[in-house]
Design a protein around this ligand. Structure first.
Ligand code: MG
Ligand code: MG
Length: 274
């Protein structure tokens, strides 16, 4: 993995712009996700929206990925390829989206329910998203990568869930994947120290059952080894004056779905205007 690159406040604002383009795109998709829609149709909507906002899709062509969105339903963890299979009532769909503008990337992800889902799977979604904020809370001056990973791991394993080991978060900037690697597991007090100017994509990938995964023959799709559901939530976060500052937001999704939430408030210096 590439080196760790610390960013200036100006560069952080450019990453925020790209991250918010992804946030807006996920908000548009939130209104479109329903039984019968295909992941390929959602992919086209996302690509058009990103280009309309003056950016280019961050994943399209990256390592030869064929689409704008990684679309990973149900037991797929990440890196699923959009296709013509319609979503069904009770499915979940993890959508990971990237955008590139002004030379900087945004990269974040959300797992959506399609219609009404099993309460046990709803809980997996809630716990995975809450674990993301547990991780973000640990991204502060004086702490280390192992503290962040430990916070996410502890929060999810107490529910009996599996924390994927092979896939991790990362630094974000002029490259989609910069250093450091950001595992969702770890030991307190170990790993690299957090420094002001770091920008991380923090992204727990949490399985209902075993943490083990396998890959489809398409060379991309990662799914759970036991076929149970998996969830993925990702935010982009900068370390400024010793504190985590959220660059991406789920508020566009919540606005589309009629949800009210104050979960992001502690991680933003100025209130977000959407
Ligand atoms: Mg992502
Ligand atoms: Mg990422």
């Amino acid at each position: 993995m590439a080196a760790i690159v610390l960013k200036s406040l100006e560069e952080i604002e450019l990453i925020r712009e790209s991250a918010l383009i992804v946030s807006k795109t996920l908000g548009v998709l939130a209104s479109e996700i329903k039984p019968g829609v295909t992941t390929l149709a959602l992919d086209r909507i996302a690509e058009t929206h990103i280009r309309d906002l003056g950016a280019v899709p961050g994943f399209l062509g990256l390592y030869d990925f064929p689409n704008t969105l990684c679309m990973s339903p149900n037991a797929q963890v990440v890196h699923g390829i959009p296709n013509e299979t319609p979503l069904e009532e009770g499915d979940i769909i993890s959508i990971d989206c990237g955008a590139l503008k002004n030379g900087f990337y945004g990269d974040h992800a959300y797992t959506f329910a399609v219609g009404t889902i099993d309460p046990k799977i709803e809980k997996l979604l809630q716990v995975t998203k809450a674990s993301l904020y547990e991780g973000i809370k640990s991204f502060e001056e004086g702490k280390r990568l192992g503290d962040l990973g430990h916070a996410i791991q502890k929060y999810c394993e107490k529910e009996g869930y599996g924390v994927v080991r092979e896939l991790v978060g990362h630094g974000l900037g002029k490259e989609m994947h910069e250093g450091p690697e950001v595992p969702n597991y770890g030991r307190r007090g170990t790993g690299k120290k957090f420094l002001n100017g770091m920008v991380l994509a923090i992204e727990p990938m949490i399985n209902m059952g075993t943490h083990r995964i396998k890959q489809l023959k398409d060379g991309w799709t990662i799914l759970t080894a036991d076929g149970k559901a998996s969830a993925h939530f990702e935010h982009n976060v900068a370390l400024i004056e010793g504190k985590p500052e959220l660059l991406s937001t789920f508020q566009y999704i919540y606005e589309a779905l009629g949800i009210s939430s104050s979960e992001e408030v502690p991680f933003r210096k100025e209130p977000l205007v959407i």
